[in-house]
Design a protein around this ligand. Structure first.
Ligand code: ADP
Ligand code: MG
Length: 483
């Protein structure tokens, strides 16, 4: 769905394309045996290849290739049996080789694919242009010394996947949802950990605007975004900026931008005029990468059930809504948690308790489901107690709160606090009689034809029983006695 910007001179549409960098999960780097552990002592994960000592030769780490192919299959993309490594030449202190080994456009390991993004009231399809693998650069640290810059080469040579979308995205919300979906997919696949605050996943965001019905406008590229919220804010700002500029008679020049979080605006980093000429050429140290059908099929066998398939299965198997199934399958851990809790239970009830209650309270307390004080098994047990009428839904809420505080099993809490539902008809009948005796005016009113007052009697019975009376039995007895 295109979000239209209403300008002073007419309607504009926004066009967005994302280049997402995702760090591959692998023990060692793309072309060397150095480890990739996060947070290691600076310059401790560096081999002679990563430090670009003269005469060192890169050797492709096939585990990285396998991970990229797996991701490509997860993105419903074409896998290219032959791809090429090229040198992208530029000078920077944290790039000791003086070039980055990457794959050029059109010669990447993974070709066109498509990602489906659930936008709630519609499904957005974002086409993938390509996925290529490349080396990450090192890191320059400017804030440790007043005059010196420090270089940490631990990241140098780590394998990145760059996932390039077509310019199919038409609002900030779609861009955010697309990124979230990509993250969900690579985390399911275990090809990237998706840790954005550690820089494992980041995006370059290309934005342009054009008058409705006209061709694509000139794009500006916001570099290195590592938060979904910032991506959305930056797009909202940048698209408005471009519309205002064009409507004021200005022009948009292609350039690279930074998002200034504090000011909430984009700032030009470099213009395309002085853009580097990277002088791409095939890396003479590396043969074209050739993989076999057998290799691809082997990788295909390792694919897990992905979020889309899981969502459909949840709807069918558990009878839950598409909306709930979508929430439950966004994270694999969440989906597994649900299935463990729902085993042998009413899937809909478990889904309600997980989505509205547990995820709600965790969110409020800024706790991840991984650290939930209530386990999947315990949540399932709680629902079981409701199903077999040991407790009512209302009492279950009380039990749930105690579970959250204490991590105790629900059955223990019900026992300790004496919360078991009263299903003994005789006991409930006694309460019903009391309620009728004490509320003669209301009885007369009801018997005079005011049906709406029936709920009042039920409420009184529940109150007197401290919520423990079985509501079904209470209802039935009241109906009988009131006539
Ligand atoms: P480059 O090689 O300069 O990075 P590409 O043609 O590969 O350029 O495009 C990079 C990204 O920019 C892609 O994600 C693409 O979808 C996006 N893009 C291309 N044209 C536009 C446009 N007019 N508006 C917004 N995004 C665009
Ligand atoms: Mg680019």
């Amino acid at each position: 769905m295109r979000k239209i910007i209403k300008g002073n001179t007419g309607d504009w549409e926004i066009v967005i394309g994302l280049e997402v960098h995702a760090q591959v999960i692998s023990n060692s780097k793309l072309f060397s045996g150095a480890p990739t552990t996060f947070g290691a002592e600076p310059n401790s994960n560096v081999s002679l290849v990563d430090a670009a000592m003269p005469g060192m030769l890169p050797v492709v780490n096939m585990e990285c290739v396998r991970q990229a192919v797996k991701t490509g299959l997860g993105l419903n993309a074409i896998i290219n049996k032959k791809s090429v490594f090229a040198r992208k030449n530029y000078f920077y202190a944290d790039l000791p080789q003086g070039y980055q080994i990457t794959q050029p456009a059109g010669q990447a390991l993974v070709g066109e694919g498509v990602v489906e993004v659930n936008m709630g009231d519609y499904i957005k399809k974002v086409r993938i242009e390509q996925l290529h693998i490349e080396q990450d650069a090192g890191k320059s640290i400017h804030d440790m010394h007043p005059r010196k810059t420090f270089i940490d080469l631990n990241r140098s040579g780590v394998c990145l996947m760059e996932i390039v979308s077509k310019p199919d995205i038409h609002s900030a919300e779609e861009a955010g949802a697309y990124f979230r979906k990509l993250r969900s997919i690579v985390r399911y696949l275990e090809t990237c950990d998706g840790n954005m605050d550690q820089g494992s996943m980041r995006a370059d965001v290309n934005v342009s605007v054009n008058r409705v019905g006209e061709g694509l406008g000139t794009r500006r590229e916001i570099k290195n975004m590592n938060s979904i919220k910032h991506i959305e804010n930056a797009i909202a700002y940048e698209s408005m900026y471009q519309v205002k500029t064009l409507e004021a008679g200005g022009t948009i020049d292609q350039c690279t931008l930074l998002w200034d979080i504090n000011k909430g605006e984009t700032r030009v980093m470099r213009s395309k005029e002085d853009a580097h000429d990277y002088r791409y050429f095939p890396d003479p140290d590396l043969l074209p990468l050739v993989i076999t059908d057998e290799f691809i099929e082997d990788v295909r066998k390792t694919l897990p059930e992905l979020p889309d398939a899981k969502r459909e299965r949840f709807v069918k198997e558990y009878g839950i809504t598409d909306y709930d199934a979508d929430i439950l399958t966004q994270e694999k851990y969440r989906a597994d948690f649900y299935e463990e809790a729902a085993a042998g239970k009413d899937g809909k009830l478990v889904s309600n308790w997980l989505v509205s209650e547990l995820l709600g309270i965790l969110n409020k307390n800024l706790i991840e489901l991984e650290n939930s004080p209530i386990s999947a098994k315990q949540l399932g047990e709680l629902v079981g107690l409701i199903e077999d009428n040991t407790i009512s839904g209302k009492i279950a809420k009380q039990v749930f709160e105690v579970m959250f505080e204490t991590s105790k099993d629900p059955s223990v809490i019900v026992e300790e606090k004496g919360l078991k539902q009263v299903t003994d008809t005789g006991a409930i009948e006694a309460i019903v009689d009391e309620v009728i005796a004490e509320n003669q005016a209301q009885v007369a009113d009801y018997q005079g034809g005011n049906d709406r007052i029936f709920g009042f009697f039920v409420g009184q019975v529940m109150k007197k029983s401290q919520g423990k009376a079985n509501p079904g039995i209470a209802n039935k007895l009241l109906k009988e006695k009131l006539g």
